[in-house]
Design a binder for this molecule. Structure first.
Ligand code: AMP
Length: 948
């Protein structure tokens, strides 16, 4: 009710309505009381004695606002002509409802030809005199819908042609989805679409301090009933704000939220704070810092304290330092160390940086370990070394550096370089060198070291006590590099310059290496390839054989006709070849993808002739088309079940090529339901679903996956028996007009298909169960299009986000729950067809479980719907049956007319009921609806077809 916007409510008005009535002696405005004794304004007319009445009543102008579809609800009483003596010929029991669209009020004159007729309105129940002569008022309620309207407003008009009517209330309204906030997005008031099945797509606006989630902008759909459906996408609170109900609130003081992706505000991490609300991060306390790479969620930190326990060791001009880590790492674990080296004069102490000649091992800065060796210091010099601990925030800090320091004096220095090297003799396998003593030996040279290596190779050394040496065991015609250094008590001096020397050539012949013979390689590859090929071919043949031969013990298994090399053999294996002379084509009933579909009769020798549907293959077909056409017969011919369309046979030897199928009088289920909108009882609908589930149980037991289960592919016969049809290989789906190309390749009827089948083509009986759930929804909504006019992309997205179709109008909750079970994301969680059949059988046996709970919106016109349906098939006699429906007063009428069994009652038509002498319309309806329910229960429980 909340979704209604009332434009006119005659009951709400206490003063005179002052509608225009013409002629003046026709409709009259009269004050009255409604059923609750509230004063109301009514219009009445009752010129039943005079012929040729034409009395008009027009409302005031009704401004329609932005509505397109307007609902008109009339409440009225209408007098039964039979109850009025002497009015035969002049008394009527209907009146007409009209409207006129205008952009403004048009004055008080009434021109009939400007009005568009909406409907002729008749009463459901006319009122009569009661047994004791008291008048029993029967209030009728009728609802009509007009639209789409395009002008600013309209008038309604009532034309009476001689009935006795009291118009008790006129209510005019339209439906609106009221503004709401969903997923932090505001959706404005939205007027419903102009068609019953259209959804209005509405973009949401993020509430303040929220932003759209990336690639997921919020949308909703306003249904024709004024309900919001299918929310997609969402908004999220921006940095510094968090969600509280339907709004974003700033993070409090001392809290922060660094990104919209975070759900909650977090307390400021250690050593940080903020004193504002709505912060995306916290500031560091004095002396604390955040490195550039630190996320806002980590604590603020400070530089480390100085390293501790610095000790040194000196060996002539080499110093090694060692220390322990600082007492305070500053709260970080990226501490490294750096060393600063300074050389100082003795007196006065003045220090300068050591310069590039000093070496640090492993390095001067970025030290992870707590030691370093410093080499090549000057001999007899004074040095200070400072060791500093640093971390990720040291460079940000302006506080004083903290370090540990030592001052050290070096000892004796190493000898200087050996510079002049002379080649004395170069041979094939040896080189003889000599050199000068270094210019500053700094002590007694005890030894020289000669290092030599081939270019880019590992080096070797030899030692010599004198200033010459011979290096042996070299390779002939090879370039070698030589370097020499001197050794004293103070250690080694630096190496002298590199000297390059090439040894002499050798004259022996070259030995050809034994490279692999290319011929042999080719031969080996060829043999290996052949073996692989043989295995592949062999495996393939075995695979195909296996596909043909596999069978499970006890069950019949579906065989894919594609596994037959010769498709003609497949057809004749599974389908009977019929003689064309047995078939009589009567008329064309539809168009199939390969040619016309006709109805006709099949008369087999020695058998009764039967109605059949005949699918023909159009002339000029290609061989492939013929194969695909007959493929359906090869599949259908393998099935034998009352809820699977039955194949009579094929004609392949004559022309045209034909497939002959049992005739299904009511055609495809979707069109059938749309045609009979609201006309079946819930039991009847469940009976249809039970049949489809039984057919699918059979197919899945056979190992056949349908892939295109949808109401349009179910056929209905004259007994309302539903049968699964439309068989083919996957490519047959390509011809389904609902199928569209998806990103995974191939065409898929998206609205009916399970997500795993859409995403990665995983088609199984479990994906058929999903489709079955959609069929349930189609059936319970009388052929409504699943997901209405949403786009396929939005359907995929909505399903991915967990949205599922809501219960159709009047759908018992138990059935909707079963649909939801079929739409479980995890396919292992979905029920099996076997279980579905069991659940539906239980519901049919206990119709109480199919009651829609009180308070749910019920379909306005549903004459066959009886809310408290017992299981009629449980009654043994017609008498018991009449008692159950409180109509036992007609027991004799039934007996007299010869209706002695429940079966005979189940076959009765409305005419039969009237013939019994039951004149009260209400009683006729009650009995008729019970008959229909009984018929449905018998049909689906015992499989006994009762001709309608
Ligand atoms: P199809 O090529 O199977 O989609 O059939 C095309 C149309 O022919 C269907 O939509 C049905 O309306 C009709 N039709 C197909 N088979 C039958 C049948 N066995 N009995 C009655 N009508 C059928």
């Amino acid at each position: 009710l909340l979704s209604l916007v009332i434009l006119l409510d005659s009951k709400a008005q206490q003063t005179e309505l002052e509608w225009i009535s013409y002629p003046p002696n026709g409709w009259e405005e009269i004050s009255g009381l409604d059923e609750n004794y509230t004063p109301i304004r009514t219009y009445q007319v009752c010129q039943v004695m005079e012929p040729n009445q034409n009395n008009w009543l027009r409302t005031n102008w009704i401004e329609k606002g932005d509505a397109q579809r307007i609902f008109v609800e009339l409440k009225f009483t209408l007098r039964d002509c039979n109850s009025l003596p002497g009015v035969v010929g002049t008394c009527k029991e209907t009146f007409n409802l009209y409207y006129q669209e205008t952009d403004s009020e048009v004055g008080r004159s009434l021109r009939e030809n400007q009005y568009v007729k909406i409907d002729t309105i008749a009463a459901d129940e006319s009122f009569t005199q009661g047994d004791l002569g008291e008048r029993k008022m029967k209030l009728n309620t009728e609802l009509r819908i007009i639209g789409p309207l395009s002008r600013r407003g309209f008038y309604l008009a009532f034309q009476d042609v001689g009935a006795c009517i009291a118009l008790v209330s006129v209510k005019v309204y339209y439906k609106k989805c009221w503004s709401i906030i969903e997923n932090l997005a505001t959706f404005p008031d939205t007027v419903t679409g102009s068609e019953f099945s259209s959804l209005v797509e509405v973009e949401g606006m993020c509430v303040s301090d929220a932003e759209e989630e990336a690639d997921n902008s919020p949308k909703m759909h306003c249904s024709a009933e004024g309900e919001w459906l299918v929310p997609i996408g969402k908004c999220i609170c921006r940095a510094g704000f968090h969600q509280k109900g339907d709004a974003c609130e700033p993070c409090g003081r001392g809290f922060y939220k660094s990104s919209s992706q975070d759900l909650q505000c977090s307390r400021c991490p250690a050593h940080s704070f903020n004193d504002r609300e709505g912060s995306w991060r916290c500031d560091c306390e004095d002396g604390y810092y955040r490195a550039l790479s630190d996320p806002p969620s980590v604590a603020c930190t400070r530089p480390p304290s100085a390293p501790q326990n610095l000790v040194y060791n000196i060996n002539q001009t080499t110093v090694s330092l060692e220390w322990s880590p600082p007492a305070d790492t500053g709260g970080r674990n990226d501490v490294t160390y750096r060393v600063i080296c300074r050389r100082c004069s003795w007196e006065p102490e003045e220090c300068v940086p050591c310069g590039p000649n000093v070496g640090f091992s492993p390095a001067q800065s970025g030290l992870v370990d707590t030691y370093v060796t410093i080499v090549d210091l000057l001999a007899h010099a004074n040095y200070t070394f400072e060791v500093e601990a640093v971390n990720g925030v040291s460079d940000l800090s302006r506080t004083q550096r903290l370090f540990a320091a030592v001052s050290i004096a070096t000892g004796q220095a190493a000898p200087s370089q050996v510079s002049e090297v002379i080649k004395e003799k170069v041979q094939q396998r040896s080189v003889q060198l000599s050199w000068q003593e270094p210019q500053q030996p700094n002590g007694v040279i005890t030894e020289y070291e000669i290092k030599y290596y081939e270019k880019d190779r590992i080096y070797s050394t030899v030692r010599s006590k004198s200033t010459s040496a011979t290096v042996n065991n070299l390779k002939p015609s090879t370039a070698y590099v030589f370097q020499i250094r001197a050794f004293t008590e103070a250690g080694y001096g630096t190496y002298g310059p590199r000297v390059e020397i090439t040894t002499k050539e050798e004259n022996t012949a070259t030995i050809v290496s034994s490279e692999q013979n290319p011929v042999i390689i080719i031969a080996v590859v060829a043999v290996a390839g052949t073996i692989i090929l043989v295995f592949m071919v062999f495996g393939f043949i075995i695979g195909r054989r296996y596909a043909l031969a596999v069978k499970f013990p006890g069950t019949k298994t579906y065989i894919d006709p594609e596994t037959y090399e010769d498709p003609n053999r497949a057809v004749h294996q599974f389908a009977k070849e019929l003689d064309a002379s047995c078939i009589k084509i009567e008329r064309v009933i539809g168009a199939g993808e390969f040619g016309e579909v006709c109805s006709g009769r099949l008369k087999l020798p020695g058998k009764r002739d039967v109605s059949v549907a005949i699918k023909t293959l159009k002339v000029g077909y290609t061989e492939k088309q013929r194969r695909d056409f007959l493929c359906e017969a090869s599949i259908m011919g393998q099935f034998d079940h009352p809820n699977v369309v039955h194949l009579e046979g094929v004609v392949t030897r004559g022309k045209p090529v034909m497939i002959v199928i049992e005739y299904m009088e009511n055609g495809s289920l979707d069109a059938f339901l749309r045609k009979h909108d609201g006309q079946f009882t819930v039991i009847q609908l469940v009976g249809m679903l039970r049949g489809i589930a039984a057919g699918m149980r059979y197919l899945s037991d056979m190992g056949y996956v349908h892939r295109d289960l949808a109401a349009r592919n179910i056929l209905v016969n004259s007994n309302l028996v539903c049968k699964v049809s439309d068989f083919g290989l996957s490519r047959v789906i390509d011809d389904d007009p609902e199928a569209v190309y998806t990103t995974t390749g191939g065409k898929i009827p998206v609205r009916w298909t399970a997500p795993e089948a859409i995403q990665y083509r995983k088609f199984t009986s479990a994906s058929d169960v999903w489709s079955y759930g959609i069929v349930m929804w189609e059936v319970m909504s009388y052929g409504e299009r699943p997901y209405w006019d949403m786009s396929n992309q939005d359907v995929i997205k909505a399903i991915e986000e967990g949205y599922r179709l809501p219960a159709p109008m009047d759908c018992p909750p138990g059935l909707h729950q079963l649909m939801l079970d079929c739409w479980q994301k995890d396919r292992a969680e979905r029920p099996k067809f076997d279980q579905i059949v069991g659940i539906l059988d239980k519901m049919i046996r206990n119709p109480n479980t199919l009651k829609t709970p009180v308070g749910t919106c019920t379909r306005p016109i549903s004459p066959l719907l009886d809310q408290s349906t017992p299981d009629f098939t449980a009654f043994r006699s017609v008498g018991e049956w009449l008692e159950a429906i409180k109509m036992e007063r007609y027991r004799d009428n039934f007996t007299a007319a010869g209706y002695s069994s429940l079966e005979s009652v189940a076959r009765m038509s409305i005419e039969d009921v009237m013939r019994l002498g039951i004149t009260l319309v209400g009683h006729q309806k009650k009995i008729m609806s019970s008959i229909q329910t009984t018929r449905a229960q018998m049909l689906h429980l015992h499989g006994t077809g009762v001709q309608v």
